[in-house]
Design a protein around this ligand. Structure first.
Ligand code: SAM
Length: 468
């Protein structure tokens, strides 16, 4: 494919992504499935431009509006959301790829498969933008940080002066982390198996920082083609996510429930910690996700898992099973703000209204699922969100209501035994709060609660139909 055709394909893909509320990665996968004639190198080049544009969305939009106000006859800034994908990608070519008018003209030729030629407005915009730096002092913090304005306000509360550094880290591409599956091998052997790679390339992986099971790929690789991956020796999982699973403290012989198990990312880690011994129930309200976990569990050799689809967080099974589990992991549905490095499109799909719905759901899930813990058992509440509303505030309000039955344990105290005695715990307080700037992981939050021995399943807070 010539670069002009790649550019048109990038514009088409961004149009498709902008035209749906579905996540960009799934939309892109379907886009390429429908165009099998696009080879893997071309796919990579097209995706790089599209993801590059999404990663710089706010700054490109800000600059395009400045350019339009300066060069268009009416002198008005177009609406933030009305700017077409073609205009955004042209802005990206100039500000991020450093092209000038001749370069853009050379791609927008109007020839077969190439984008149509620039019109007079577009030419003026390209001329205006040429040589401008991506960052400008006049940009508000949220534009520079590539998040919606309301998110920046919420994050400022907890991150204060550290906010610009955090937001900057959130704009960067995330590394690929793997978790070594101890049901099949140890970390040294996983490194050797990965190095055997594929017919075409060797895959280099280095140990992670905190988790004794973490590996980080040294570059990009076709992991799915390696025997190490196919044989279930490793799973793709951010190191922060691995720490959540380790802090659950699941051990062989325990009864453990992974309440929001999804497609099983943390279930796999729990099964490995349990060495396949004991009872592990993976539940979720999404039939599709529960179905998808089957293949992964099989590949990993995880045999002690029962999968269960719930009708809601107050499914009858929860009531029947209350007070019977040693560990209850609640990996709650959340805004996903901590994973925005991986899904830059998600930033602009999240709204304050959606956050309010999520926090209400999280409160209901925590109150219902916590009932599953037996006295002396633990409830591990986790999110991949950076927002205090989904994290500390949830745990505080739960404890304010049910503090007679649960107590908060300190992650810093649990760390040496559950995670890694050789590496100091990155936090000193009760909660684990990870972020990409300080820890080079996705953003994660973990709180570990213990159900008091004196609490019975009928104790306050163990009501059958909890209210949010
Ligand atoms: C953060 S994701 C889970 C990711 C998964 N634990 C992993 O590690 O791959 C949250 C999950 O919560 C599920 N969920 C949403 N509402 C729920 C509810 N009311 N009860 C139980 N699970 C729910 C979603 O379907 C989603 O799979």
């Amino acid at each position: 494919m010539k670069d002009d055709a790649r550019l048109q394909a990038a514009i088409d893909l961004l149009e498709t992504i902008a035209g749906t509320s579905r996540p960009a990665d799934g939309t892109a996968a379907a886009f390429f499935r429908d165009r099998r004639f696009i080879g893997s190198k071309d796919r990579r080049a097209i995706s790089m431009r599209v993801w590059g544009t999404m990663r710089h969305w706010a700054r490109l939009t800000w600059w395009f509006r400045e350019a339009a106000a300066d060069t268009w006859a009416n002198g008005e800034r177009p609406d933030w959301d009305s700017i077409r994908p073609r205009a955004r990608i042209l802005t990206y070519l100039v500000l991020v790829e450093g092209m000038g008018l001749a370069g853009v003209d050379g791609l927008c030729t109007g020839e077969i498969y190439a984008p149509r030629p620039l019109n007079e407005h577009e030419r003026a915009v390209v001329r205006f933008l040429r040589g401008k730096p991506l960052n400008h002092n006049g940009m508000p913090v949220w534009v520079r940080g590539e998040v919606p304005a309301w998110v920046a306000t919420y994050l400022k509360d907890i991150y204060g002066d550290h906010l610009p550094t955090l937001l900057d880290a959130l704009t960067k591409e995330a590394p690929v982390d793997l978790r070594v599956n101890t049901l099949k091998c140890d970390r040294d052997n996983a490194i050797i198996a990965l190095a055997e790679g594929t017919d075409e390339e060797s895959v280099e992986a280095v140990p992670g920082h905190y988790s004794p099971l973490a590996l980080r790929l040294a570059g990009r690789a076709n992991l799915a083609a390696t025997n190490a991956f196919r044989g279930g020796l490793v799973e793709v999982q951010d190191e922060g996510s691995q720490l959540v699973a380790l802090l659950a403290g699941a051990r062989p012989g325990m009864s453990v429930v992974d309440f929001c198990a999804g497609a099983g990312g943390k279930t796999l880690a729990l099964a490995a910690e349990m060495q396949n011994k004991g009872r592990l129930v993976a539940c979720d309200v999404s039939q599709g996700r529960v179905d998808r976990s089957a293949e992964r569990l099989k590949r990993a050799g995880a045999h002690n898992v029962t999968r269960r689809v719930l009708s809601s967080e107050t499914d009858k099974w929860v009531k029947r099973s209350k007070g019977t589990y040693d560990r209850v992991l609640i990996d709650a549905p959340c805004s996903g703000t901590g994973t925005w490095r991986r899904n830059p499109d998600a930033k602009w799909r999240m709204s304050e209204e959606m956050l309010a719905e999520l926090t209400a759901l999280q409160a209901r899930i925590l109150r219902s699922a916590a009932r599953l813990a037996k006295p002396g058992g633990r409830v591990i509440y986790a999110t991949c969100s950076l927002l205090p509303e989904e994290n500390e505030r949830q745990v505080e309000s739960f404890l304010a209501e049910q503090g007679a039955a649960y107590r908060l344990l300190s992650v810093a105290d649990l760390w040496p035994e559950l995670v890694n005695p050789a590496v100091p715990c990155p936090v000193s307080g009760p909660y684990l709060r990870l972020d990409p700037a300080e820890h080079d992981t996705d953003g994660f939050f973990v709180a570990v609660l213990e159900r008091l021995e004196t609490a019975t399943p009928e104790a306050p807070g163990a009501e059958d139909e909890p209210q949010a």
